[in-house]
Design a protein around this ligand. Structure first.
Ligand SMILES: Nc1nc2c(ncn2[C@@H]2O[C@H](COP(=O)(O)OP(=O)(O)OP(=O)(O)O)[C@@H](O)[C@H]2O)c(=O)[nH]1
Length: 358
């Protein structure tokens, strides 16, 4: 086992919604080179699913919930790191030699890194490591142009991993994305994700000098959520982006669900920034994970088992200006064949403009 460094590097794995952070993290954590790693996962939304998808639950896996690590849960991040450090000192957790934080898809990397420097305890024990940013080859170009969060994540990266190139290999769109990324952040090393690369060393190898230089040059907007991201009521992130969950205790009809999701993404794909869920399908023992990113639906995956005591369907949505009540009602009509789950009370619901078409 490696010696504990005087300053434990904290690597940040970021990237826009659905760009493949959890997929990459899960693959990297299987590499023995990352055995001494504490992992923190932060999700935007009321219900966290990623820690189940990574399939590693132990004392060095921390879930930072109920807010975004760059703004509302910065305090929680600092506290969790202090707690991990203290437990390591007392031998209560394995002696990790690095930390990887998987941020939300909307996180701004600057405030996360500044937490390490500004906290009086953390700055004596931790240092900023690499910022690794995943960029989705299918949706990335449009996201870079539309969402400031995506732009900042790519601009601060030490390493950029272009994911889903297998879905659009050789296309003009992929070439345009690569040249846009080179323009936005010429210093970053760019990788194309494959089933077995890039590896842990390529992404989290030591780069303290590079990082220090980069932070220096970015110091003008290093400390807090940049002005462009803060809305009039002080809420970070663009005002129309919101998250909600559709939950159901009744098993879901797979065909109805498929029709519903396809129609939804066909019609409103631009505004469905992310949909991900763990479904209890009629006639299936194991949970099925489903993922969609804008117009793209990924193949469903059977998970090994239900997390303890959690057999029910949960679908997390992150949307840009869509009415949750409309989606909940149409989900109920299609996927549950009208058997009400947590559909809204009639008085709380918006008028349903078109119940048959999500
Ligand atoms: N074909 C293909 N699919 C990928 C690739 N990387 C990720 N995916 C799929 O993209 C979907 C979203 O991946 P995640 O790893 O959950 O993305 P994420 O960035 O963690 O998502 P959020 O945490 O919700 O922002 C999943 O269905 C993955 O299987 C890739 O390189 N190729």
């Amino acid at each position: 086992m490696a010696d504990i460094p005087a300053f434990t590097p904290v690597h940040l794995l970021t990237g826009f919604l659905g760009s493949g952070k959890t997929t990459l993290l899960k693959r990297l954590l299987a590499d023995p080179a990352l055995a001494d790693t504490a992992v923190m996962i932060n999700e935007f939304g009321e219900v966290g699913l990623d820690h189940h998808l990574v399939e590693r639950i132990d004392d060095t896996m921390v879930l930072l919930q109920s807010g975004c690590v760059c703004c509302t849960v910065r305090g929680e991040l600092a506290e969790a790191l202090r707690d991990l450090h203290s437990k390591r000192e007392r031998g209560l957790v394995p002696p990790f030699t690095r930390v990887v934080i998987e941020s939300t898809g909307l996180a701004d990397p600057f405030p996360v890194l500044s937490t390490l420097k500004s906290d009086p305890v953390l700055r004596h024990h931790f240092r900023a490591g690499s910022v690794v940013t995943t960029v989705d080859a299918v949706n990335g170009l449009a996201q870079l142009e539309t969402y400031v969060e995506s732009n900042r994540q790519a601009a601060i990266a030490d390493r950029i991993v272009v994911t889903k190139a297998d879905l659009c290999a050789g296309s003009a769109g992929l070439a345009r994305l690569l040249s846009r990324l080179a323009e936005l952040n010429p210093d970053a090393v760019r990788h194309i994700a494959t089933a077995d690369g890039p590896g842990a060393e390529a992404l989290f190898g030591d780069d303290a000098a590079h990082r220090a230089a980069k932070l220096q040059s970015a110091s003008g907007f290093y400390c807090d959520a940049p002005a462009g991201l803060v809305t009039a009521d002080g809420t970070p992130h663009q005002a129309a982006i919101s998250s909600f969950v559709i939950a159901a205790d009744t098993p879901v009809d797979w065909t109805g669900f498929g029709v519903w999701l396809t129609m939804l993404l066909n019609r409103h794909g631009e505004r469905v920034l992310r949909v991900k869920g763990m479904l209890d399908i009629e006639g299936e023992d194991r949970p099925v994970a489903v993922h969609g990113v804008q117009h793209l639906v990924h193949p469903p995956v059977h998970m090994d088992a239900w997390p303890a005591g959690e057999r029910s369907s949960r679908i997390v949505f992150i949307v840009d200006g869509l009415d949750p009540n409309l989606l909940k009602r149409s989900f109920n009509a299609f996927a549950l064949a009208g058997k009400a789950a947590d559909s809204p009370q009639p008085e709380a619901a918006e008028p349903v403009r078109n119940a048959q078409s999500p």
